[in-house]
Design a protein around this ligand. Structure first.
Ligand SMILES: *[C@@H]1O[C@H](CO)[C@@H](O)[C@H](O)[C@H]1NC(C)=O
Ligand SMILES: *[C@@H]1O[C@H](CO)[C@@H](O)[C@H](O)[C@H]1NC(C)=O
Ligand SMILES: *[C@@H]1O[C@H](CO)[C@@H](O)[C@H](O)[C@H]1NC(C)=O
Length: 454
């Protein structure tokens, strides 16, 4: 213990003199204590910095405390107590939030430092209520960590219309319930119309004008999740047909459309945004275009794709290799069975915006420099993991966990910790982690992706 402490001390001194070579007196003090810490490397390398790894003998073993969540969403009494640490709450507390956040109130002892809040429940978003539906959004205004992607949850009654509009970001959508009829026209004058059902997707590239309308295929209409490839996106700042035309001089409208003075005399004086309408025919087709229909469809039947079966759940990946138009958003629809886990991994060059559909989860985000924070998620919650940060997604409940991983990229990619270690020379892995030959041999050379219970 004494040598460990003096070693830390020499590291501290070494750190404090880095970048201050003029203070040679301090340097010599630092190298003297390095010698007393019995580190020949440091003695022969006076320019040692704190970033040099210490011999493992001087680093204590990591905790073997299981550090599981202390309570479930409907079991146990939330108190900020983990083992011998913490004490009960005496003042006011928000019980429902504490029940949902065991790893916030009684975090694993492996958590340290800070990671910006990586959870936003749509339940905390302002909801814009309209005749015929509603919309609520998440963007950097409420979730500053999510700089590259934003989301909207929208509901339309049968026949209700999210009016003709466009925006400078691309729009990726996952239908949660019912069927939405979408239309669009591209810059070449090719058009598109499709009915998009539960678990299916649409994607509109930046600037492509489109509409969304719930059909009456379901008596309730439809609801969907929209994801935009810009964290600063605002659903309240899209380009609406009615908003534009109500801000163009009438004389210009007449000239532009070669129309009579009263042809445009009944257009709305302000935006409609979401408004009621008659359900569109389910067999509707786009008007015939001399330019034809779009060559790469704007919708994709993800629900018809067979999921890949894994030991702990399933995964479906969709990106521009199959949904060719979707060049700026890729996604994975993942299920994780009770007791199973989406393995430790990271995404090399893209941020992850996740959306929880069913079940409960926890995620620890490792942000480097000793920073790690654990977040708990329920259906309707958004998560965010910045590029390259290590993480896992653990099912913390008794029912199947289902969620979406959504990325600002054209191709889905992840790095599996297990596969990385399995494909690295064993001696090298052993030198870091002191694993047995048996454990090394059990590492997986293919990605487990979702790992079943032991
Ligand atoms: C799961 O079910 C068991 C047995 O019914 C119960 O004790 C436990 O609290 C449940 N866990 C959660 C997270 O709901
Ligand atoms: C649904 O809409 C279609 C097309 O507008 C209409 O013909 C049909 O009667 C409607 N069905 C119900 C149950 O409202
Ligand atoms: C999906 O799975 C079903 C049932 O196992 C099978 O009949 C079908 O051919 C599969 N589809 C594809 C595209 O592999």
């Amino acid at each position: 213990m004494i040598s460990f402490l003096s070693c830390l001390c020499s590291l501290y001194l070494a750190t404090s003199v880095v970048g201050a070579p003029a203070l040679s007196g301090f340097s010599s003090v630092a190298s003297k204590s390095s010698v007393s810490a019995a580190s020949s490397t440091q003695a022969t390398a006076p320019s040692v910095t704190a970033s040099a790894a210490e011999p493992s003998a001087t680093v204590p073993f990591a905790s073997t405390d299981p550090n599981a969540p202390v309570w479930g969403i409907d079991s146990g009494t939330p108190q900020p107590i983990r083992g011998s640490l913490g004490a009960s709450v005496l003042g006011p507390n928000n019980l429902p939030l504490d029940q949902m956040s065991p790893d916030m109130l009684a975090p694993p002892t492996t958590d340290a430092g800070s990671v910006n809040n990586a959870k936003w429940p749509f339940a905390l978003s302002h909801n814009r209520l309209q005749t015929g539906g509603w919309a609520r959004q998440e963007n950097i205004g409420v979730m500053p960590i999510a700089t590259s992607l934003a989301g909207v949850n929208m509901r339309l009654e049968p026949g209700a219309i999210r009016e003709l509009h466009w925006h400078s970001t691309s729009e990726w959508a996952y239908v949660l319930s019912g069927t939405t009829q979408v239309t669009a026209v591209n810059a070449d004058g090719q058009n598109f119309l499709a009915n998009v059902g539960p678990g299916d997707l649409w994607f509109f590239p930046p600037g492509i004008p489109h509409s969304l309308q719930a059909t009456n295929e379901s008596a309730e209409g439809s609801e969907f999740l929209l994801v935009f490839d810009d964290g600063a996106f605002s659903e309240d700042a899209t380009f609406l047909l009615t908003d534009w035309l109500s801000h163009v001089p009438a004389e210009v409208l007449q000239k532009n459309f070669q129309a009579s003075p009263d042809a445009f005399s009944h257009i709305p004086a302000k935006e409609l945004y979401i408004f009621p309408g008659s359900p569109p025919p389910l067999d509707a087709v786009a008007p015939s275009s001399p330019q034809g229909t779009v060559t790469n469809p704007y919708s994709f039947a993800l629900s018809k794709v067979n999921a890949t079966q894994l030991s702990g759940g399933t995964v479906k990946i969709v990106d521009s290799t199959t949904f060719t138009i979707s060049t700026t958003v890729a996604a994975a629809e993942v299920t994780v069975e009770p007791g199973a886990i989406r393995e430790l991994h990271w995404h090399p060059t893209m941020d992850e915006w996740s959306f929880f559909l069913e079940g409960t989860a926890r995620v620890t985000i490792f942000a480097s420099q000793g920073n790690a924070r654990t977040f708990d998620y329920q259906p309707g919650d958004i998560g965010f993991v910045p590029t390259a940060m290590g993480h896992y997604v653990e099912n913390t409940g008794n029912t199947t966990l289902k969620y979406l991983e959504i990325f600002n990229t054209d191709r889905f990619q992840d790095i599996s910790l297990n596969q990385w270690l399995a494909l690295t020379p064993p001696e090298l892995v052993k030198a870091h982690l002191q694993l047995s030959d048996e454990t090394i041999a059990s590492l997986s050379k293919t990605k487990p992706v979702v790992v079943g219970p032991n």
